[in-house]
Write a protein that binds this ligand. Structure first.
Ligand code: NAD
Ligand code: MG
Length: 323
């Protein structure tokens, strides 16, 4: 049942009225993006997420070439929590075979996504990784198309996602107020990169809700390390590895510290963590609960920050625009 754990707090998402769990379930791993996941593990992970109070699930037709949406749909149906007790975000414009932010494609795309998810509506539809598109098309064509989908009742709220933070201001400065409800930023509010923080006052002034994804920096801040496709530089990868080793030597776990770090900023409505096992769900919720009860270990955190200092806020290129 949703919210059986009162300690996983709910946070307001901008002006939407949605109250998201502080940890959101990133479903890209259900598309085998970080290695194979069985249907049984997918269902068990989603069931455990609900049991521990997670009410927000994020996917995209891009993840695993639609597999993430399909697996999330199977899991949501298997678990059977009432539809009004959870929130689902999916995306449009980025697909296994490339990018297409045209009105025609995104109008078709939502129907395909709803079919795979076995849902009548999604709570959020987000333009996925807009730095790969023409930002003026996003403003003039894609977002107006999403507004039609809102009127049709297929989506409740509209979002945009991307890596370079400059794409958010570009779009939000040009769309009618209130037409974009939420932004999803990733890899910019983690212990190694906090550049999202500078944008928060602007987003608040626009009434836009903030979701931050990838607190583990897409695997950099895990004991197992990142997947082979990870775009970070060798320096960033080795600094994160050194931080993970230090945590282990101190009897801790880098993922726990990294997640707690990202959860500390309550202006961020939900921190999306990619999860593909019951154990990860349990560990991550336990990290959040520990943060609100005993707090984080500031001493180890300072040591982690010292190791990461030479690569602080280092990112990587993404998209066709200059960031
Ligand atoms: P992440 O930083 O959340 O890392 C995920 C990796 O960490 C996976 O390999 C996962 O198995 C592992 N992991 C999770 N919990 C762990 C634990 N307790 N111990 C050890 N390892 C653990 O990166 P992510 O999955 O890329 O991001 C989270 C979610 O955010 C995605 O699933 C997706 O839904 C969303 N996202 C969206 C965008 C976008 O829209 N452009 C970009 C990135 C992420
Ligand atoms: Mg993504």
């Amino acid at each position: 049942m949703a919210n059986s754990n009162p300690k996983l707090s709910l946070r307001d998402l901008g002006n939407t009225g949605l109250k998201l769990s502080s940890i959101g379930f990133g479903a890209s791993p259900l598309g085998n993006v970080f290695g194979p996941v069985s249907e049984a593990d997918a269902i068990a992970s989603v069931r455990e997420a609900f049991r521990l109070g997670i009410n927000f699930f994020d996917t995209s037709p891009y993840y695993g070439g639609t597999l993430s949406e399909t697996m999330l749909g199977i899991a949501l149906q298997a678990v059977g929590v009432p539809r009004n007790e959870y929130f689902v975000s999916t995306k449009c414009g980025r697909y296994g075979d490339g990018f297409d932010f045209s009105a025609e494609r995104v109008m078709k795309s939502i129907d395909e996504s709803l079919g795979r998810l076995k849902l009548d509506y999604v709570d959020m539809l987000q333009c996925h990784d807009i730095e790969f598109g023409d930002l003026d098309q996003i403003v003039n064509e894609t977002i107006p198309a999403l507004q039609k989908l809102k009127e049709m009742g297929k989506i409740r709220y509209i979002g945009i996602t991307g890596l370079p933070l400059s794409v958010f201001t570009y779009v939000l400065d040009r769309v009618p107020p209130g037409s974009v409800d939420v932004i999803l930023s990733y890899c910019h509010y983690s212990v190694n990169d906090t550049t999202l923080v500078d944008l928060i006052p602007y987003l608040k002034s626009k009434g836009v809700g903030v979701i931050s994804a990838s607190p583990l920096a897409m695997g950099l801040l895990t004991e197992n390390g990142p997947p082979e496709w990870h775009p970070a530089s060798p320096e960033l990868k080795s600094a994160c590895k050194a931080a993970a080793i230090l945590c282990k030597e101190k009897g801790g776990n880098i993922s726990k510290f990294a997640l707690q770090y990202s959860l500390t900023n309550i202006e961020i409505a939900s921190v999306l963590v990619g999860m593909n096992s019951v154990k990860q769900v349990q560990e991550n919720v336990a990290a959040a609960v520990e943060l609100t009860t005993t707090g984080k270990d500031e001493r180890i955190l300072r040591e982690i920050e010292a190791i990461l200092e030479p690569v602080k806020n280092q990112t990587w290129p993404s998209g066709i625009q200059k960031s």
